[in-house]
Design a protein around this ligand. Structure first.
Ligand code: FES
Length: 222
């Protein structure tokens, strides 16, 4: 039987005061956007911690969008500026997890911008569809239980490598020497990851995966 084409699963965190209303307007205006998006309503874009984004991306989501009020319109004054600051941390964490930057987007959508909401969701769906499934698909979940996608397929290979039958994922950096790799290894292990090292080219690469039952990824980023 022919395999169904990949359909990404996206999470959109939408602030209550602007973007969620914008999403609502898209619906009531009958503006079409892909059904791949699961909306989570939050009071403000600034309350979405980077760990929530990484948890979504390592537990089944292929892409995450945070939507908030335009700068200057946040109902908590500076929440969206905080979200913008957190984006920098999220971008770094994506690299550490071996995930492409296009899997995350921060977008401003006002209550009157139903069409913009639909457009952002269409663009994000297309971008993530082109990337393929998150390499964490089918691997994460509580206790490391697998999931696959809605069509029941196994996880895509992704930037990973098997160590004794368990797939770990390459982080974004190349470490120049053993001491540098050891420091990074310690940080990962303290954050609840299992780690393997591999000499590659001119340096050392680390392959990591959150240990079953370990703490949430991301350490103490605020
Ligand atoms: S209330 Fe919308 S971003 Fe803060």
């Amino acid at each position: 039987m022919a395999e169904a084409p990949f359909e990404p699963m996206l999470i959109a965190f939408c602030c209550n005061w602007c973007s969620y209303t914008g999403a609502d307007l898209a619906g009531t205006s009958r503006l079409s956007y892909p059904p791949n998006v699961r909306i989570i309503r939050v009071m403000c874009s600034g309350m979405v911690h980077p760990n929530l984004v990484m948890d979504a991306l390592t537990h089944g989501a292929d892409g995450v969008v945070i939507c908030g009020c335009h700068p200057g319109d946040c109902h908590y004054l500076e929440g969206n500026l905080r979200a913008e600051k957190r984006k920098e941390a999220i971008d770094l964490m994506l690299g550490d997890f071996g995930l492409e930057p296009e899997r995350f987007r921060l977008a401003w959508v006002s209550a009157a911008e139903g069409a913009r909401f639909a457009e952002v969701m269409r663009e994000m769906t297309e971008a993530v569809r082109a990337l393929g499934p998150s390499p964490y698909r089918g691997q994460a979940g509580p206790g490391g239980a697998g999931g696959g996608d809605a069509a029941g397929r196994e996880a895509a290979p992704g930037p990973g490598r098997d160590f004794a039958g368990r797939r770990l994922f390459r982080d974004a950096r190349t470490y120049a020497d053993a001491a540098e790799a050891a420091r990074a290894r310690t940080e990962y292990e303290q954050a609840g990851f299992e780690v393997q090292e591999l000499a590659e080219g001119d340096g050392i690469r680390l392959f990591t995966r959150r240990a079953a039952g370990g703490p949430a990824p991301g350490g103490s980023v605020t």
